[in-house]
Ligand binder design. Structure first.
Ligand code: PMP
Ligand code: GLN
Length: 396
C-alpha cells in the first residue's frame, strides 16, 4: 500500500483532545481545553431550538444566511466602526477553525511565505505547510510577550504573502497594542501582503484593555481578513459558527475555499447567532467582566500556591510557571502528573511552539464556575504540599 499524506500521518492528535481524554480517564477537573462549563445565553439557545422547527433545514446560502451576514456587518460597525457589505464582504464558516484554513487557502500559493507568531494556535502550522507555503516564525518571550520588532521586520521579505496572528492571544492572554498593530500594518503595507487576523477572543478582554482589529488601521481594510467565532462570543464552543470579514476583493475567494471545505454551515445555528450578535451592550460587558472575575480567582489562587503567574489581558487562559514550586520536570510531564495525581488538567505551553520551546509553563483555563476553580486550587494545593513533604522526608 502506498503511504497516505506524509504531513498528516506525522501530525499528532491535538493537545486539547489528548489532555481532555486524559482528564476524563483520571476524573480530573479539566482546566485544559478552553470551554466554559456554563451554557451560553438562554435566548440564543432558544432561538436555535426554534429555528430547527420552522422548516428551514435545507442548504443555506454558501456564504451564510442573510440574517447572520447582516448581523456580522452590523457588529463590525457597532464595535469597530467598520463598514462592510454583507453581500460580499462577510463569509460564514463552520467555526473559526475552518475560517483560518479558508483564509490561508484564499491568499496562499505554494512557495509563498507566511509570518507566524509563536506561541501559536495548533492548526496554523500544519495548514500553512499543507498548502505548500513556507512558515516564518517569530517568537514572543515571556513574561511580557512584547512584539520583537526587529525580528518581526526581518521575517518579512519579497516572498511574504501574509501574516497570521491572534489577538487577544491564546495561550498568552496578550492583547496587541495600537503601537504594535501600527508596526504590523506598516510591514504589511510595505511588503504588499495580507493579514489574517484570528480575533476569536475579541469580546473577552479585561482591566480596560480593548481589542483593536488591525483592519481598523489606515490602509488595512483591503488587506485584512478578520476572523470571529460565535463559540467564544456566546460561550457555545460546540456550535462551530465562525465568520470572516474582509474586503470584496478577497472575501469571494475565501468563499471559494469554504465551498470546497464544507460548502455551508447549519442554518439554524447561524440564525440564532444573528440574534446573539444583536444583543445589547450589557451582554458584552458582562461577558468580559464575569470572565475577569474568574481570571482573578484562578490567577490569585495559583500565585498563592507559589506558581509564577503571568498577566493575562484577554482570552480564556492564564499561563503559570511551575518552576518556582521547585518542580523540575518538563511541562508535558507536569501536566500529565497533575492530571493523574492532583486530578487537575492543564495544557503544556510547549505545545504552542515548533521545536525547542520553554518547558516550565502550563496553561490553565479559567472559564469555569467559581466552585470548580476553588476545588481545582484546593487539589493543586494539596498536591504541592504532598510533594514538599515527600521531598523533606527524602532529604531527612
Ligand atoms: N483560534 C484560536 C486562537 C482558538 O483558541 C480557537 C479555539 N477555540 C479557535 C481559533 C477555533 O475556534 P472555533 O471553535 O470557532 O473553531
Ligand atoms: N481553542 C481551544 C483551546 O485552546 C481548543 C479547541 C480545540 O480543542 N480544538 O483550548
Amino acid at each position: 500500500m502506498k503511504s497516505p499524506n506524509t504531513l498528516l500521518a506525522n501530525t499528532g492528535t491535538t493537545i486539547f483532545t489528548v489532555m481532555s481524554a486524559l482528564a476524563t480517564e483520571h476524573g480530573a477537573i479539566n482546566l485544559g481545553q478552553g470551554f466554559p462549563d456554563t451554557e451560553g445565553p438562554a435566548d440564543v439557545v432558544r432561538a436555535a431550538a426554534d429555528a430547527l422547527l420552522d422548516n428551514r433545514n435545507q442548504y443555506p446560502p454558501l456564504t451564510g444566511v442573510p440574517e447572520l451576514r447582516a448581523a456580522v456587518a452590523a457588529a463590525n460597525k457597532r464595535f469597530y466602526g467598520l463598514d462592510l457589505n454583507p453581500a460580499n464582504e462577510v463569509c460564514v464558516t463552520s467555526g473559526a477553525t475552518e475560517a483560518i484554513t479558508a483564509c490561508l487557502m484564499a491568499v496562499l500559493n505554494p512557495g509563498d511565505e507566511v509570518v507566524l507568531i509563536e506561541p501559536l494556535y495548533d492548526t496554523y502550522l500544519p495548514v500553512v505547510k499543507m498548502l505548500g507555503a513556507v512558515p516564518r516564525l517569530v517568537r514572543l518571550q515571556p513574561p511580557k510577550w512584547d512584539l520583537p520588532r526587529d525580528e518581526l521586520a526581518a521575517a518579512f521579505g519579497p516572498k511574504t504573502k501574509a501574516i497570521l496572528f491572534n489577538s487577544p492571544m491564546n495561550p498568552t492572554g496578550k492583547v496587541f497594542t495600537t503601537a504594535e498593530l501600527a508596526f504590523i500594518a506598516d510591514l504589511v503595507q510595505r511588503h504588499d501582503c495580507y493579514a489574517i487576523c484570528d480575533e476569536v477572543y475579541e469580546h473577552l478582554t479585561f482591566d480596560g484593555w480593548k481589542h483593536i482589529p488591525l483592519m481598523t488601521l489606515p490602509g488595512m481594510r483591503e488587506r485584512c481578513l478578520r476572523i470571529g467565532s460565535a463559540g467564544k462570543t456566546f460561550s457555545l464552543t460546540g456550535w462551530k459558527i465562525g465568520y470572516v470579514s474582509g474586503d470584496a476583493s478577497i472575501i469571494p475567494i475565501v468563499a471559494k475555499a469554504h465551498q470546497n471545505l464544507t460548502f455551508t454551515t447549519p442554518p439554524n445555528l447561524q440564525r440564532a447567532v444573528a440574534i446573539g450578535l444583536a444583543k445589547g451592550d450589557e451582554y458584552f460587558a458582562s461577558l468580559s467582566s464575569e470572565l475577569q472575575a474568574r481570571r482573578d480567582r484562578l490567577s490569585n489562587g495559583l500565585a498563592a500556591l507559589g506558581f509564577g503567574v503571568l498577566d493575562t489581558h484577554g482570552s480564556y487562559f492564564v499561563t503559570a510557571d511551575f518552576a518556582p514550586l521547585g518542580i523540575n520536570m518538563d511541562d508535558v510531564a507536569f501536566c500529565r502528573l497533575i492530571t493523574e495525581q492532583a486530578k487537575v488538567t492543564a495544557i503544556p505551553v510547549s505545545a504552542f511552539y515548533e521545536g525547542d520551546a520553554p518547558h516550565h509553563y502550563a496553561r490553565f483555563a479559567f472559564c469555569k464556575k467559581f466552585e470548580v476553580l476553588d476545588e481545582a486550587l484546593a487539589r493543586l494545593g494539596a498536591f504541592a504540599r504532598n510533594r514538599q513533604l515527600t521531598s523533606l522526608t527524602r532529604s531527612a
